[in-house]
Design a protein around this ligand. Sequence first.
Ligand code: FAD
Length: 220
Amino acid sequence: MHVQQHTLTRQSVLYSEKIAEDVFILGFQKNFDFEPGQVVGISVEENGPRRLYSICSGKEEDHIAILYNVVDEGYLTPRLSSLFAGDSIWVTEPRGDFLYDPGPSFWIASGTGIAPFYSMLKSGNFDRKILLHGERHLEKFYFYDEFYDTLGHNYIRCCSGEEDPAVFHGRVTGYLRSLPSLPLHYKYYLCGRAEMVVETRDILIERDIPFNHIISEIYF
Ligand SMILES: Cc1cc2nc3c(=O)[nH]c(=O)nc-3n(C[C@H](O)[C@H](O)[C@H](O)COP(=O)(O)OP(=O)(O)OC[C@H]3O[C@@H](n4cnc5c(N)ncnc54)[C@H](O)[C@@H]3O)c2cc1C
């Protein structure tokens, strides 16, 4: 989504780290409070094109981070990936209603869609959560140690492109289909690419999960 009508403030980049092929974490100054799960609009020029990114840092941390894929033919992400500490970016206030729910929930992410769940985890909000993370390559299970230390066997990695005995071989949708039943009283939070979100939603509806228990954030 290309954001058009929000006030931006200039912030200094604190760090830019490449954490996997074409995947970066960008940290910048914090001048607002936010709720884990919210997004910010970012631009590299004061009046330039903006894109939305989930906040990927904890509520109490002293900076804001985002996690993004470089889209080679894209406008913003190649520019973001060439930033260094001290460079400026323009950032909107946080917004969005993909927010933490204290009840039992499945968190289902593909790719960088893990970001809002990492923000929730880093903010101390992870009680009664089961996390499914889908990636094509094993190296892209960013934050593995932290999720595993906190969620243990409730952190399930689904890798479609490579095999590993500790990882489900296939997509998150394949994992969900392999379960004999899904708890009806759980909430289902879906975040990432449209194909994953739509296919997962269809599985949940087939399994009689109430509509108001399906909450999604599509990265388009
Ligand atoms: C609510 C919301 C939250 C988001 N949060 C994140 C986030 O946390 N991390 C993140 O990485 N992205 C996130 N996105 C996507 C992000 O806003 C941009 O769309 C993305 O980073 C591409 O921006 P760009 O300017 O580089 O490419 P654009 O100039 O927007 O796109 C260029 C071309 O690439 C295509 N394209 C766009 N995205 C992809 C892609 N992922 N893979 C392949 N082709 C693509 C477009 O269709 C277009 O043809 C989010 C989107 C939304 C709506």
